[in-house]
Design a binder for this molecule. Structure first.
Ligand SMILES: Nc1ncnc2c1ncn2[C@@H]1O[C@H](COP(=O)(O)OP(=O)(O)OP(=O)(O)O)[C@@H](O)[C@H]1O
Ligand SMILES: [Mg+2]
Length: 323
């Protein structure tokens, strides 16, 4: 493992068995994460982008061992954590935290904010007294821009942006090294989005954090990420540094995503490409390139042969025969 990588993922798979198979006596799997490999450098933000259902949340949860991987290796801080079980998986929570896609459903509505933020401390910092833990909760609230007067209120009494601040406070309460932020700003108004992103950027500097930042919105990902990974139907289409990805996208899928956000902006050089067609059903993914059914440049080869992720430029990977 390279020393400056905090995380190395190799050939990771997470397949779900569908209970009600359409064809009798045949097992049907959804390959939500399909042979994914990538690295995350310490202190950087890896943005993960792709349309709904492409496997972003499954990838995040599997990397953190919240879900059992089907196969592959996940090397975190030099150790393959796929080998971990029981107590060792539990102890990972101190270093790796997941900030869930929907903050409201990840908070117990009957618990006060104080108890919600204190929960990880109760579980992992048993040496602390209640008073000490309360002091930490107060300082965490301050760090994320909330007041200690809000401590005894309940989740439903807060706005979406405030709830996001609460789950961020809980996420950093154990001083983790690695945070997966899953659609942390997607449900918020643009101005509140900016506040939360600025908060995440500030926390990253202050606490030397590394982020995996998941979003279906390429604009948000562009703003916060050092490097970006583009997913489609559970597979990596392209990985490159953020600036390089936007200046020189190589995969037709990335080009169409960028095209769809730059619509109407004359300063963006890339020609506008409108994504046509539906995403194929994940249970019935194409045999060849997963994007082949919607790709404007697909050839016969793309429908039958799967392109491998390969280096198309220095530090720039894409999985397309024509990238
Ligand atoms: N527990 C599960 N059991 C079966 N299939 C699942 C499960 N969780 C996710 N999937 C399937 O895995 C695929 C990837 O889902 P996932 O939630 O990871 O996508 P996503 O990229 O996070 O989407 P979104 O942007 O909507 O959050 C989907 O086809 C989904 O239906
Ligand atoms: Mg998701």
């Amino acid at each position: 493992m390279k020393n400056d990588n905090i995380l190395e993922v190799r050939d990771l798979n997470k397949h779900f068995l569908m209970k009600k198979s359409l064809i009798k006596d045949r097992q049907v799997f959804v390959k939500a994460v399909n042979n994914i490999s990538f690295d995350v450098k310490r202190g950087q933000t890896l943005g993960v982008v792709g349309e709904s259902g492409c496997g972003k949340s499954t990838l995040g949860k599997t990397i953190l061992r919240l879900w059992e991987p089907t196969s592959g290796t996940i090397t975190f801080n030099g150790e393959n954590i796929v080998d971990y079980d029981g107590e060792k998986i539990r102890s990972l929570r101190k270093d790796m935290q997941y900030i869930f896609q929907d903050p409201y459903s990840s908070m117990n509505p009957k618990m006060t904010i104080r108890d919600i933020i204190m929960e990880p401390l109760d579980n992992f910092r048993k040496e602390l007294s209640t008073k000490e833990k309360e002091e930490i909760v107060v300082s965490l609230l301050e760090i994320v821009g909330l007041s200690k007067n809000e401590m005894n209120r309940y989740p439903h009494e807060f706005s979406g942006g405030q709830r996001q601040r609460i789950v961020i406070a809980r996420g950093i309460s154990l001083n983790p090294k690695f945070l997966v932020c899953d659609e942390s700003v997607s449900a918020l108004d643009v101005s509140v989005q900016a506040q939360i992103i600025n908060l995440l950027v500030e926390l990253k500097k202050r606490f030397n954090l590394t982020y995996m930042f998941i979003s279906h919105d390429l604009r948000v990902v562009k703003f916060i990420s050092d490097r970006i990974m583009v997913l489609y139907l559970g597979e990596v289409m392209e990985i490159a540094d953020s600036n390089e990805l936007f200046a020189n996208p190589r995969h037709p899928y990335t080009k169409s995503l960028i095209g769809s956000i730059s619509k109407g902006n004359p300063r963006v050089k890339n020609p506008r490409v409108i994504l046509e067609g539906e995403i194929p059903n994940a249970m019935n993914a194409p045999i060849g390139c997963p994007f082949s059914t919607r790709c404007p440049i697909a050839t016969q080869k793309c429908h039958v042969e799967k392109p491998l992720l390969r280096e198309v430029d220095s530090n720039h990977l894409a999985s397309c025969f024509y990238a």
